[in-house]
Design a protein around this ligand. Sequence first.
Ligand SMILES: Nc1nc2c(ncn2[C@@H]2O[C@H](COP(=O)(O)OP(=O)(O)O)[C@@H](O)[C@H]2O)c(=O)[nH]1
Ligand SMILES: [Mg+2]
Length: 211
Amino acid sequence: MSESYDYLFKFLVIGSAGTGKSCLLHQFIESKFKEDSSHTIGVEFGSKVVPVSGKQVKLQIWDTAGQERFKSVTRSYYRGAAGALLVYDVTRRDSFNALANWLADARSLASPNIVVLLVGNKSDLESQREVTFLEASRFAQENELMFLETSAKSGQNVVEAFSKCAKAIVTKIESGELDPDRIGSGIQYGNLKPTRNSASAATGRSCPCKV
Ligand SMILES: Nc1nc2c(ncn2[C@@H]2O[C@H](COP(=O)(O)OP(=O)(O)O)[C@@H](O)[C@H]2O)c(=O)[nH]1
Ligand SMILES: [Mg+2]
């Protein structure tokens, strides 16, 4: 029953062109490395249900589909996203230097509350590394981001990256810090949760949509 879930989150994958965003999405959904790096047939969208903190969470993930090559990603892409993976390439300092801009866009165009996980991709290319783990950890700490290094090629930490970001969102929902009912929260209830909260269920309030 892969289509049963408690929550659905809209997720974005952002970062400079060539950092491996499409490969990360492909590895997450298909569990394999996309050898063919053709940009025209990029993955644009994917979804998958993952178990998080005892809940089933459906991640609906948007990939830029190459828009970042034109140094712009449309506003509609960002709208209503609950979480984002912000990707740089550990072998390319320019992709690391661009992070602040991407982050500013995510916070202004999606939501100031968007939960962002910094991803240093291509960790398999150790000999070509230009950005150290420590340096990126500091950037993450200063900007209140979670952080992982991944390899879309070997699969290392790929599932973990998406799951960790989803887990942080679930934690914020459960603590009341995030309200799924807020317009544009990027969160929807799934079919495993017919009643929105136990209070309304206990008072026996019926669903107003039943006619
Ligand atoms: N060695 C290595 N190469 C990768 C990795 N991820 C992506 N690539 C390569 O990096 C290039 C850009 O990947 P792509 O997913 O198209 O990047 P995007 O523009 O951010 O979507 C392609 O040639 C991929 O094969 C990785 O983890 N390790
Ligand atoms: Mg791509």
